[in-house]
Design a protein around this ligand. Structure first.
Ligand SMILES: [Zn+2]
Length: 121
C-alpha cells in the first residue's frame, strides 16, 4: 500500500514545519491530491489514523484531502475537458491525444493549528 509511504512522507514534511515554527502539535493537514494520481483517498484516510498515531505532533489531527480535477487539452481540436468524466477521450472529437494540464498534483497545501484558548488539562 503506497499510501502509507506517502503518509510517512507527509508526516516528515509536517515535522519540519512543526520544528521551524516551534509548534508542538498540529490539528489538521490539508493535502492536494490530483484525480490522475493512483492515490486512493480512502486508503489515505485509513492510513492516516495509523501514521498520525506514531507522531506526537500529529496525534489526533485530521487529514483533509482536496481533490484536484484531472483536466486535459485535446491535441486534435483544442477542447479542454475533464479526463475522469470522459475517460480520457475528448468529448468533442473523440481523440485520445491530449496534454494533461492538471491532476497529477500531490502536495501539502496547508498545516492547520487551531487556537486552544481554554485548554487547561
Ligand atoms: Zn478533441
Amino acid at each position: 500500500m503506497h499510501e502509507l509511504t506517502l503518509l510517512f512522507g507527509i508526516a516528515d514534511s509536517v515535522g519540519k514545519v512543526v520544528k521551524e515554527n516551534d509548534l508542538d502539535h498540529v490539528d489538521a493537514v490539508v493535502v492536494d491530491i490530483g484525480e490522475a494520481t493512483a492515490v486512493v483517498p480512502e486508503f489515505m484516510q485509513d492510513g492516516y489514523s495509523v501514521v498520525s498515531d506514531e507522531y506526537d505532533f500529529l496525534r489526533g489531527s485530521e487529514l483533509i484531502i482536496n481533490r484536484i480535477k484531472a483536466i486535459g487539452i485535446c491535441q486534435n481540436c483544442g477542447e479542454e475537458f475533464d479526463i475522469m468524466k470522459y475517460e480520457g477521450i475528448c468529448p468533442e472529437c473523440g481523440s485520445f491525444e491530449k496534454e494533461v494540464i492538471s491532476g497529477f498534483d500531490f502536495y501539502i497545501r496547508e498545516v492547520r493549528v487551531y487556537e486552544h484558548p481554554d485548554q487547561t488539562s
